[in-house]
Write a protein that binds this ligand. Structure first.
Ligand code: GRF
Length: 228
């Protein structure tokens, strides 16, 4: 299906797809003025695929186990994305490390959400590591993707308190709640050009450079930053 004239997004998933659902819901609520052109999963049983189908969004499965190398898998991803010509490719729980050539092909058009206050806790098991460290706060970050794993310029983060009674599960659940607010908001900023990426650095519309940790939120800030 060709891309429509609306700002078009492709979403890459591997699992549950709750962030995908948050984007679908935000589009329905018109707080995100975009359309999802395609959802691509590397796993045929990803629950997020069902969410996409229920909303009439085209889905593609590219099973990474059917590819001998990362490069051929990533090439298959690019081939699948090509007909949709997305303005932005959104990683939403896509559990594959992407090759440099894939990242270069989508430079400035590829974003990710990560469950930590980057640069803290890159990689996996972020909630467990935050608890082991007795961190007082934790959260999530939305960032542009570069070759450095979880290392690209951060658009924004939401910080939450770690509670004394938190387990990995309760902390993960509270962080995810924030992700579902933060991801659509960041995408809308990109659409509205409130945030732009120039030479690997992020700027606000008035040309103010963003700090390395991006804009920092607490939950109560969302309404303040909502669409004007
Ligand atoms: C999220 O926690 C996200 O931060 C991480 O993967 C998880 C995906 O969850 N990158 P879901 O599939 O969107 O529910």
């Amino acid at each position: 299906m060709p891309a429509s004239s609306a700002f078009s997004i492709a979403v890459l998933i591997s699992g549950k797809g709750s962030n995908l659902q948050a984007l679908i819901d935000a589009i329905k609520m018109q707080t995100l003025t975009a359309s999802i052109a395609v959802v691509i999963s590397n796993k045929a049983d990803a629950k997020g695929l069902e969410r996409a189908r229920l909303s009439g969004i085209p889905t593609v499965v590219i099973d990474h186990t059917g590819h001998a190398s990362r490069d051929t898998f990533d090439q298959a991803l690019l081939t699948a994305l090509a007909p949709y010509q997305p303005d932005l490719v959104v990683l939403a729980g896509f559990m594959r490390i992407l090759s440099a050539s894939f990242i270069h092909a989508l430079q400035g058009k590829l974003i990710n959400i990560h469950p930590s206050l980057l640069p803290l806790y890159k990689g996996t098991r972020t909630h467990q590591r935050a608890l082991q460290d007795h961190a007082l706060t934790h959260g999530c970050s939305v960032h542009f993707v570069t070759e450095e794993l979880d290392g690209g310029p951060v658009i924004a983060q939401t910080e939450i308190a770690v509670l004394p009674e938190d387990t990995e599960e309760t902390l993960a659940a509270r962080v995810q709640k924030e992700e579902h607010q933060l991801y659509p908001l960041c995408i809308q900023w990109i659409i509205n050009k409130k945030i732009t990426l120039r030479n690997g650095k992020l700027f606000l519309a008035d040309h103010t450079p963003l700090p390395p940790s991006g804009l920092k939120f607490r939950r109560s800030d969302y309404t303040h930053y909502a669409l004007e």
